[in-house]
Ligand binder design. Structure first.
Ligand SMILES: C[S@@+](CC[C@H](N)C(=O)[O-])C[C@H]1O[C@@H](n2cnc3c(N)ncnc32)[C@H](O)[C@@H]1O
Length: 243
């Protein structure tokens, strides 16, 4: 198993400072229909702690100076974004379609090199050696007919295959357009429930991939995160990683 690396002290301090500056009241209204304050009171520390843990795992897997595309990034992604930008000197491009959240996060991240964009991540320019796409493809708000099937909670009496099919096409199109930006060999970070979409893309493109066994818990959406190594001289590299 790949050994996680330590986050530098200055970066750790920056992450704590950014979490201290987050506009929790505003974010509460974006993340929750009601009870936003209680939500963040309960989630703030776990989000920071678990975010740091994933960021340490990324430190051990990514190279200095590469580029990362973050599809649907929010508060949970801040530790990873900051560690990549500060400790690995990588270019990070976080995208999120929720404009008020993007505005709020950019106010909070002022003074760092992390800048969120309120656009479809598929419009990002250039290629990336890491794509982060967590809880985007099975978002129950956006895909109410697909998410229950993903989570094994679809009701056979009310399940609507036509609406499901429409949502599946949208999800596949997000995957196709974003994955086209992955330089091989590359790394994809997803929730465990979303692995199937990336695996499907690899099969269709006949690209080898390996889903790492290690999983990392998350604080906000609840699904754990895992890493998928994709393409290139993958298997020799994986042998040395002993995943
Ligand atoms: C359920 S939230 C997950 C947020 C965060 N990743 C987390 O785990 O807490 C899904 C997010 O994906 C964003 N999203 C969906 N499709 C996107 C796309 N094509 N480009 C950028 N953001 C996208 C939405 O705007 C939303 O903020």
């Amino acid at each position: 198993m790949k050994r996680d690396r330590l986050i530098s002290r200055p970066t750790s301090a920056t992450i704590a400072r950014v979490f201290g500056r987050l506009e929790y009241r505003r974010l509460g209204a974006i993340y929750c229909y009601e009870g936003g304050n209680e939500f963040w009171r309960a989630k703030r520390q776990p989000c920071l702690r678990l975010g740091r843990r994933v960021a340490r795992a990324l430190l051990a897997r990514l190279y200095q100076g590469g580029r990362s595309l973050y599809v649907g990034a929010g508060v949970a992604e801040l530790p990873s974004l900051l560690v990549e930008a500060l400790d690995l000197r990588r270019l990070v491009c976080p995208y999120n379609l929720r404009r008020p959240e993007v505005r709020s996060l950019n106010r909070t991240c002022r003074g760092t090199s992390v800048r969120f964009r309120a656009r479809d991540a598929a419009t990002a320019g250039g290629m990336f050696d890491h794509i982060w796409m967590v809880s985007v493809l099975n978002d129950p708000e956006r895909f109410p007919h697909l998410a229950p099937l993903s989570y094994g909670r679809a009701d056979p009496v009310t399940f609507d295959p036509v609406k499901f099919q429409r949502e599946r096409r949208i999800v596949q199109s997000i995957v196709d357009r974003c994955m086209a930006k992955l330089r091989l060999p590359g790394l994809v970070t997803v929730s465990t429930e979303e692995v199937v979409w990336i695996a499907d893309w690899c099969h269709r493109k006949q690209i080898p991939y390996l889903v790492e066994r290690q999983q990392y818990p998350t604080a906000l959406v609840g699904d754990p995160i895992c890493f998928i190594q994709i393409g290139g001289r993958l298997f020799r590299k994986l042998e040395s990683l002993k995943v």
